[in-house]
Design a protein around this ligand. Sequence first.
Ligand code: AMP
Ligand code: ZN
Length: 458
Amino acid sequence: MPIRLHDSLTRASRELQPSHPDGVFRFYNCGPTVYAPAHIGNFRTFVVNDVVRRLLELEFGAAKVKHVRNLTDVDDKTIKRARDEGRPLADVTKQWTEKFHADCDALNCLRPHVEPTATGHIVEQVDMIEVLMQKGNAYRAADGSVYFKVNSFDGYGKLSRVKERELQANAAPSNKSQAADADEKEDVSDFALWKAHKPDDGANAWESPWGRGRPGWHIECSAMSKKHLGDTIDLHTGGVDLLFPHHENEIAQSECCNGTQFAKHWYHSEHLLVDGKKMSKSLGNLYTLEDLIAKGFSPMALRYALLAGHPRKQLNFTLDSLHAAESALKTLREFRATLLDSSTASHDAFGPVLHALHEDLNTPGALGALFTVVNRRSGEVDAASFDRAIFALGLDLKATATVTTETPAEITALAEKRWAAKKAKDFAAADTLRKEISAAGWTMLDRKDGYSLEPAKK
Ligand code: AMP
Ligand code: ZN
C-alpha cells in the first residue's frame, strides 16, 4: 500500500518512494533549538514526524530508512541564554538536548539515526559557503559576513510562491537568527550564510576564510543533510513556520551548491493552538510536557491528543482533550489484554488504520478506524494486526497510565486561596477557585482540619 503525502512544493498528494538505487529512503526533519524545554507545539511537529518515520519503516523495512534530525545549538537564542546565565554555550545546549531526548522518549518518538549539531559541522558549512562564493551565489560584506544573493537563483520562491514584493516585506528577521544585519546586505532579501563575530557572541566564534564568526541558521540544514544523506533527499519536513524563509533558503543554498534537486518531497505540519490562541509565555498558555505531567497527565495522553487532529490543520489543544485521551488509552489497554498473541485470525481487522495513515497522514481517521474495530468487540481479531496499527501511531500501551508527581506551586497557591476564602465563609469565591483548580486537572479534597490535593481522576 503506497504512502501518499501532501507535497508542499507541488501542492499535490504524492507517493513517497526512495529515489536512490540503494533503496534507502532519505528523511530529513528540522530539529529543535536547544536553549529551553520544547513546548507541546514543537512536540506536535515531532510526534507527527515520528508517525511518518514509523510508516516508512513498515513500508520499506527499518533498515531501508535513514532519518536525520538536526539540533540547532548555536544561534541568537542559544547564545543569549548562555550569556544571561553566565554559562558556556555547550553547557546550556547539552542541558536542553538531554531534556529534549527525555521528552521524546516519554512520547515514544523513535530516535533519528543521526542527530547532527550545527557546532559539530562548522567545516561542512564553511565548505558549502565557499562553493557558493566560487559560483557567484554569495558575497562577503565589509564586516566579514557572507550573504546569499537571492537574485542569483532563478528558482527562489518555488516552495513558498513568495512574490518579489512579499519577499522584501518578509525578509525581516525570522524566529531564529537573521538579526540586525540588514545594513550590510546588497539586497534586502539576501540572507546570511556566515555572520561576522559581534561582541555579544562572546567566545562562540570560529575561524573561516572570511574572518571569525558563526554560521547563519539556514546553512546548517543544507550542510548536514548533504553530509549525512547526500545531495538529494526523499522527504524534508518541518512545521509550517519553517516553509518561508528557512526551507526556501535551504533549497537555494543546496541547489546552487550541488547543482541538483535538493528534496523530492516537502511536508509541513500545521501549528498547535492552545485554547484557540497562539502559544506564548505572556498569555500563560505555553505548556511543556513537564507542565502536563505536573497536572497528572501521562505523556502518552499528550501523544494521543496531538494525533487526534489532522496534521495539516491547526489543532486546538485543551486540557479536556487529555482527559479524553487518557480514557481512550485505557480502553485500548483493556482491549489489548483480551487479545491472544497466538490468534490465527487471518483477517487484517486493523488494516483501515494504516490505510488512513497512508492517505496523507490522516491521524484522526486512523484513530476513528481503530475504535470502530475496538468498539465492535466481536469476532476473533488478529493481535498482530492491532499491534501493527498501534506501532504506526506510536502509542505505547505499556507506559504507565499516569505519572505521579508533586503538586505544582500554582495549584498549591490556588488551594491556599480557596482554603482562606472558605474559612472566611466567602463560599462564592471558594467555589470559583475550586473550579479553577479542577480545570487545571486537580481535585481539592476538604478535610476536617485542612485539605489535600490530588490529580483529577480520569
Ligand atoms: P524550533 O525549536 O523553534 O526550531 O521549533 C522546532 C519545531 O517545532 C519546528 O519544526 C517548528 O516548525 C515547530 N513548531 C514551533 N511552534 C509550533 C507550534 N505552535 N505548533 C506546532 N509546531 C510548532
Ligand atoms: Zn532546517
